[in-house]
Design a protein around this ligand. Structure first.
Ligand code: FNR
Length: 420
């Protein structure tokens, strides 16, 4: 496996090339394609229609995803020669300390669409490659289990926790406390999903993973959340999936909900609690009333460094700094929220201008290759988040697929750095 950049060795690029070409001598090919388009095709072949719609899909007509790619592709690199580049240092200081590489795994919810143990497999791959994993609030395994899986691979593995700000303030505090207790290096508060964007691919299939109990493991493992569910049941305000026609799909959804709920599946099938939990989640997971005054309370509520994710306007970036952010993720959520939004890369340039050179900026939305990482760094990012590609690696090759995707991106980044 490609190890983090080793300044005294040949670097991750050469190591990865050597690994691939040596295995090739014995007729062994990489587990997943090394190019982005091939990876996507390989992943799609292994995914259900619903999984593909949710993971690859975007908001509206998909223009934001196109904008993200066009902006990244519009940057042409100028190779330079005649400079000693035998030692390449890609390390970076971010919340939580020093990191060998400027690449983290983005929080991706509802990975259970690909595999039930998605978060564990991705976490192990992250740990095996020395890559920090930003664990999603919409994860498919409880945070604590994902962290344990990572530490079983490398006791020093680092993770951040991503929070969606609930309408229940006690739940917000509970999730923050769990992030702290889990040893997270930072708390990432996602700001751009106070309501879910208009996503035709999912809408056309009538498919939302959460309504089948997928991607709500952080909630089902939270005492405060379960308390809210039971209070609502007792008060008769839990809502319910009443009125749904009894069809094979409805039965499959109920089975799925029962399976994802803690406790025995049979007991869950007979109990109203699992369905009430799904309804409660849908009602309270996000807060459309979230404003800067409320966000500013976060620094008093946690000892962790705070990262605000999902900022595109320089004015919002300045508000985030004022609210106490230790870093910002410039992101349009991979084009999943607002159609024809500004390309994340164009926003990055403006935000870098607004916050100055020293403020830590992370970037995502559209990163597919090591070249893209180099482009983002050249436009003002300190580090990037790798989103869909790691899910494609998972679909195409499991944990090993994720490791190879990370290794390939770091390798091309290293080689591009050496050549430019
Ligand atoms: C996401 N993203 C996301 N972000 C977040 O803060 N919390 C989350 O739970 C999720 N869930 C999620 C699910 C899926 C299937 C995708 C594709 C994305 C957004 C993610 O962190 C990141 O911003 C984007 O993936 C970046 O865009 P690209 O590079 O994947 O196109």
């Amino acid at each position: 496996m490609v190890s983090p950049s080793d300044m005294s060795g040949p670097g991750p690029g050469r190591i990865r090339q050597d690994t691939v070409y040596r295995a090739g001598v014995a007729g062994i090919r990489p587990t997943v394609p090394t190019d982005a388009a091939g990876l996507e095709r390989a992943a799609r072949r292994r995914m259900s229609r619903k999984a593909w719609a949710y993971i690859a899909g975007g908001a509206g007509e998909g223009r934001t995803m196109v904008n993200n790619r066009e902006a990244l592709d519009a940057v042409r690199l100028v190779p330079r020669v005649g400079v000693d580049r035998s030692r390449r240092d890609l390390s970076v200081t971010l919340p939580g300390g020093r990191y060998d590489n400027p690449v983290l795994l983005a929080p991706v919810g509802a990975g259970a669409l690909v595999r039930e143990d998605a978060d564990l497999a991705v976490g192990r791959a992250a740990a095996a490659t020395g890559t920090p994993y930003i664990i999603s609030n919409q994860g498919s395994s409880p945070l604590e289990e994902t962290v344990a899986a990572m530490r079983a691979v490398d006791p020093a593995a680092r993770h951040w926790f991503q929070l969606y700000w609930s309408t229940d303030e006690q739940l917000v505090d509970h999730l923050i406390a769990r992030a702290e207790a889990s040893g997270a290096s930072a708390l990432v508060v996602t700001l751009d999903t106070t309501v879910l964007g208009w996503r035709p691919q999912d809408l056309n299939l009538g498919s939302l993973p959460f309504s089948r109990g997928q991607g709500i493991a952080q909630y089902l493992s939270d005492n405060r959340f379960l308390e809210i569910v039971r209070d609502r049941l007792a008060a008769g305000t839990a809502g319910g999936i009443g009125g749904v026609k009894v069809t094979p799909a409805a039965v499959a959804s109920l089975l799925s909900i029962a399976r994802h709920h803690p406790g025995r599946a049979l007991r869950n099938l007979l109990s109203p609690e699992p369905r009430a939990a799904v309804e409660t989640f849908l009602d309270i997971y996000s807060n459309p009333g979230l404003d800067w005054d409320l966000l500013a309370t976060v620094t008093e509520r946690t000892t962790l460094p705070v990262v605000f994710k999902g900022i595109l306007d320089p004015r919002d970036a300045l508000s985030a700094v004022e609210a106490g952010a230790d870093a910002i993720v410039v992101s349009n959520h991979g084009g999943r929220q607002v159609d024809n939004a500004v390309a994340s890369l164009d926003a990055l340039r403006e935000i870098r201008g607004a916050v100055g050179d020293a403020f830590p900026l992370l970037f995502d939305s559209g990163i597919r290759t090591g070249r893209d990482v180099a482009v983002a760094l050249s436009c003002g990012a300190d580090a990037v988040l790798l989103g869909r590609p790691h899910m494609y690696g998972l679909a195409a090759g499991g944990q090993r697929g994720v490791e190879e995707v990370i290794g390939n991106v770091l390798a091309e980044l290293d080689l591009t750095t050496a050549l430019t």
